[in-house]
Design a protein around this ligand. Structure first.
Ligand code: 8X3
Length: 254
């Protein structure tokens, strides 16, 4: 049973995958939405048919000035953000760290870490003032479990995990909630982006694995965000039944 409903929800990277599922889930409950995307086309497609007031913004979250302008330009009836879902972010490449593209690392740090920090800092000031609000970060199981080729992606999600925890410490007296949602394998365009459009390689990641779907994550976020305001879900780790952490690796020379 839903006991609390945020009125205004901001969802970053609402143009695909988790973002679309979050937008639909919160729209179905009647929340007004602020949706960000990298292109107007993608944004338009998501907004159609949501049936709730939507403020859409085309923004590159790694551009601090653009994020500041987005918050400064929020229409009056979208300014009191009750829930920020820091969804933007992803993985680029799966090469071993010693062979990875530094440009990929830069982009992951820019969006997965800096973009999340900009949005959090700008949304949270009003939440603290109003003594009400919730930051939901979309982390990953990769923040806790390292895997070969994960290097900066895993490290960026470990950052999100620890940042979420430290924000909880700082917000203890404010009624503002912080949750880190840590999904494992979910079939979205995550792998297509990681492999830079190589659809065949991306499909192999999910083949025969019965992975989670974006709606599973949306339902989890919705649950955490609609519990009574006294409850803070610190973190939730969710995986498909077919996925688990592996054993520690040992390289033997003989
Ligand atoms: C992605 C998690 O398990 O697909 O954040 O690498 S996994």
């Amino acid at each position: 049973m839903t006991t609390y409903l945020p009125k205004t929800v901001m969802i970053t990277a609402a143009n695909s995958g988790f973002g679309v599922a979050f937008a639909k889930r919160f729209a179905a409950a009647g929340c007004r939405l602020i949706l960000t995307a990298r292109s107007q086309d993608k944004l338009n497609k998501v907004v159609q048919g949501l049936g709730v007031p939507v403020h859409g913004v085309v923004v590159d979250l790694s551009d601090r000035a653009a994020v500041e302008a987005m918050f400064a330009g929020l229409p009056a009836d979208f300014r009191a953000i009750d829930l920020l879902i820091n969804n933007a972010g992803g993985a680029l490449g799966l090469e071993p760290g010693y062979a990875a593209q530094i440009d990929d690392w830069q982009k992951m740090v820019d969006v997965n870490i800096l973009g999340l920090l900009y949005c959090t800092r700008l949304a949270i000031a009003g939440m603290v003032e109003r003594k009400c609000g919730h930051i939901v970060n979309i982390g990953s199981v990769s923040g806790s479990y390292a895997y070969p080729g994960g290097s900066v992606y895993c490290a960026s999600k470990a950052f999100v995990e620890q940042f979420s925890r430290t924000m909880r410490c700082d917000l203890i007296a404010t009624q503002v909630r912080v949750t880190n949602i840590e999904p494992g394998m979910v079939e979205t365009d995550f792998s297509l982006n990681r492999f830079k459009g190589d659809a065949e390689r991306a499909a192999k990641i999910y083949a025969g694995a019965n992975p989670l779907v974006a709606d599973d994550v949306a339902e989890t976020v919705f649950w955490a965000a609609t519990l009574p305001p006294r409850v803070n879900i610190n973190s939730i780790e969710l995986m498909p039944v077919t996925q688990a952490a592996g054993p520690l690796a040992v390289h033997r020379t003989a």
